[in-house]
Design a protein around this ligand. Structure first.
Ligand code: G3P
Ligand code: CA
Length: 286
């Protein structure tokens, strides 16, 4: 079986991450699914963005959580990457996307599609992020038994084990993906924005979260593990054991064909990439 391929923040190697253009390109690239990071806006709306701040990927500055959805929608989330968009993608490709916008786009895909939602922590809203996501999906007609929303299969990911535990009450076990990574300095800097914790204490907390996350996978309290490439290289035998024990492994961010082939050899079933067409070409000839 070829691996299931997810477009990481859309086809974000081609177009600016989390934009309509990136997600439409993911569909055109033949991705089996798309990945999306979610945060809450000041008025409690789910929005698609990776960072807690707007500066890197939009025309805005400051915290995502300080603006309302209406204010966020006025931002240009596209131009920073400097690509132009094919005419067939239509207008509004620069738009900052709400999670509702993304669902609409995927509903119009005209084929079954998987959606991997990453709940981003630390969030100034804490686990209200999880509550908001489940409430929103229920309103949209999501079926918690199957995790289907029409032809969209929704799965949930987080580095935060508390997020997984909270979601476990509403989400089928096999669609919960505990993300794991050794400490990433960029994430530490982001996390230091919230609360008055010292860096050393924060690193201890992150280590503890990693150990708890690994334990959730070991004990199969979640059905999926989401290790990064560096983690897989450093802990290959642990990942191999997870696969042998029946855990589905969804690896990120797999942009090199040599990495994809190494993962396939290891038995990794799902891969998240900025370049879905490239990774797909390693396994399928159509
Ligand atoms: O797919 C999981 C991966 O996206 C986690 O890392 O930083 O890209 O959100 P990040
Ligand atoms: Ca992510």
């Amino acid at each position: 079986m070829p691996p299931v391929i997810f477009a990481h923040r859309g086809s974000s190697g081609t177009y600016a991450e989390h934009t309509r253009a990136a997600y439409l390109q993911a569909l055109a690239d033949g991705a089996d699914g798309v990945e999306c990071d979610v945060h809450l806006s000041r008025d409690g709306q789910l929005v698609c963005i990776h960072d807690t701040t707007l500066d890197r990927t939009t025309s805005g500055t400051g915290d995502v959580a300080d603006l309302t959805l209406e204010e966020l929608r006025r931002l240009d989330a596209f131009s920073w990457k400097g690509a132009s968009v094919p005419a067939e993608f239509g207008g509004e490709t620069d738009q900052f996307l709400s999670f509702a916008d993304l669902l609409l786009l995927l509903r119009r895909a005209g084929r079954p599609i998987r959606l991997a939602v990453e709940l981003k922590h630390p969030s100034p809203f804490g686990l209200r992020l999880e509550e908001a996501l489940i409430a929103f999906l229920m309103d949209e007609g999501w079926d918690p038994e199957s995790s289907m929303l029409g032809s969209i299969e929704v799965s949930f990911m987080s580095f935060n084990p508390d997020s997984m535990r909270q979601l476990a009450e509403s989400v089928p076990h096999h669609l919960l993906c505990q993300l794991v990574s050794d400490i990433r300095p960029k994430e530490v800097r982001e996390a230091l924005r919230f609360g008055s914790i010292a860096e050393g204490a924060l690193i201890n907390l992150l280590h503890r979260a990693l150990k708890e996350g690994e334990a959730l996978i070991d004990h199969q309290e979640v059905g999926m593990a989401g290790p990064g490439m560096k983690y897989i290289r450093a802990h290959t035998e642990r990942v191999r054991r997870w696969i042998q024990e029946g855990v589905i492994v969804r690896a990120w961010t797999v942009n090199k064909i040599e990495d994809a082939l190494f993962l396939a050899e290891l038995g990794v079933q799902e891969m998240t990439t900025d370049y879905p067409a490239r990774i797909r070409s390693a396994f399928r000839s159509d």
